[in-house]
Design a protein around this ligand. Structure first.
Ligand code: GLA
Length: 404
């Protein structure tokens, strides 16, 4: 792990807040950027994210009782204390404490008696930007508790537990964010399949750069986007139920079954007859997006940036027109990226704000960055700094723990 300047800063803050004692452990949990495959995970279909070099870090020292004390270096996030009871009462909706509590509550449901810790938290994953800062926090807390209590739990089991646990905040999310956060590998992006959870890491070709650009429209997981997100999960379930009830597809229990048993073309034909909008459009997005993930994997393996980029553009169009989770700012960014020389661009994550990810050739990335700085950010307020809104995402490793 990189011993950059944030580590001594966290260690000093710990001593300051906790009576001069020293922190003993450092947990690091990265954010992620999803390259392609959005709104597929909760339908049991694949995604293709990579962990990025921005993360949530916690330095901590164990406590002998059940208390967790957390101080955040960012004063916007007020300190939180809770006890690892059977049921941890949530804090007011929208507060960061609920993500910390989500990670803890998930572990308690597995191991009833846990001891806590004192910790100081610092994150540099842009918040509400579609880059999973919240899941990084959930995972960091989970990993701290696993280490503190020497629990015997593998990475994929922990990822599944944290994914279920995060529903504590009210979003019926899938398992992508927690899985890549815990299991990502340096230099790769991973195709993730579900039920059972498994990751297939693919080397990111040397000449590829993934640039992330924030639309500056917040995509709060526990905010207004939550009801749209949850409605989409219901629409997908309803579409599947209606198709099966129509008797026109095999008696499939899941989207994955459907795709195993029928071709995309026949599914789209049946959906055209058996479903009406918006369910028909939601269904079309989900199954075409899953197909794009498989094709994108092949394009990455073949170092074919043109095909990968085209798939990204198709994915964005599908998320915009069929899934209806884009917004004018995301569309503007995608257009600006393509006009500036990116090979592909799409919204990433849940959408309705947040960020765009684009694929650029290494030789073009600075030009694209400069062009976006001018075209998109030139007339906008980019506090806390342009490098927080527009940066190259480095394919990074998953969460880690080290002793200090
Ligand atoms: C959020 C959820 C993920 C996934 C994406 C959309 O990030 O946490 O599980 O559903 O949205 O792909």
């Amino acid at each position: 792990m990189n011993r950059d300047e944030r580590v001594p800063q966290l260690a000093d803050a710990f001593a300051h807040h906790f009576g001069g004692r020293r922190a003993t452990h450092l947990v690091r949990a990265p954010g992620r950027v999803n390259l392609i495959g959005d709104h597929t995970d909760y339908n049991g279909l694949p995604v293709f994210p990579m962990a990025i070099g921005r993360d949530v870090r916690i330095v901590y020292r164990e406590r002998a009782d059940q208390t967790v004390n957390l101080v955040n270096l960012d004063p916007v996030f007020t300190s939180v204390t809770f006890s690892l009871e059977q049921w941890i009462d949530p804090s007011p909706v929208g507060t960061w404490a609920n993500y910390a509590k989500a990670g803890a509550q998930a572990l308690i449901s597995r191991d009833a008696t846990l001891c806590g810790f004192d910790g100081v938290v610092s994150g540099n994953v842009p918040v509400a930007a579609g880059l999973s800062s919240s899941s990084a926090l959930v995972v960091a807390i989970g990993l701290a508790l696993v280490t503190r209590n020497t629990l015997d739990i593998g990475r994929t089991e922990l990822a599944e537990l944290m994914a279920r646990g995060e529903r504590y905040v009210g979003t019926r999310g899938g398992g992508m964010d927690q899985a890549i956060c815990l299991c990502g590998r340096v230099g790769t992006a991973s195709v993730i399949d579900f039920n059972p959870l498994r990751l297939d890491p693919v080397d990111v070709p040397k000449g590829w750069r993934f640039l992330v650009a924030s639309s500056l429209v917040p995509a709060q997981k526990s905010g207004p986007a939550q009801s749209t997100y949850n409605r989409r999960t219901e629409e997908c379930r309803e579409a599947l139920n209606l198709l099966v009830a129509s008797g026109r597809v095999p008696d499939a229990a899941s989207y994955a079954n459907l795709l195993e048993q029928s071709t995309i073309e026949s599914l789209l034909r049946v959906a055209d007859d058996a479903l009406s909008d918006p369910l028909r459009k939601r269904f079309r997005h989900v199954i075409t997006e899953a197909t794009r993930v498989r094709l994108a994997r092949a394009a990455m393996v073949a170092d074919d940036a043109a095909v990968f980029g085209t798939l990204m553009v198709e994915s964005h169009r599908s998320l915009k027109d069929d899934y209806e989770v884009s917004c004018p700012e995301l569309d503007e960014l995608v257009d600006a990226a393509l006009a500036s020389g990116a090979s592909g661009a799409r919204l990433t994550g849940a959408g309705l704000g947040g960020s765009v990810v684009m694929l650029c050739d290494a030789s073009a990335v600075e030009r694209v960055q400069a062009s976006l700085a001018d075209r998109y950010y030139g007339s906008r307020d980019v506090r806390p700094g342009l490098d927080h809104c527009l940066f190259v995402a480095k394919p990074s490793g998953g969460a880690s723990v080290m002793t200090l």
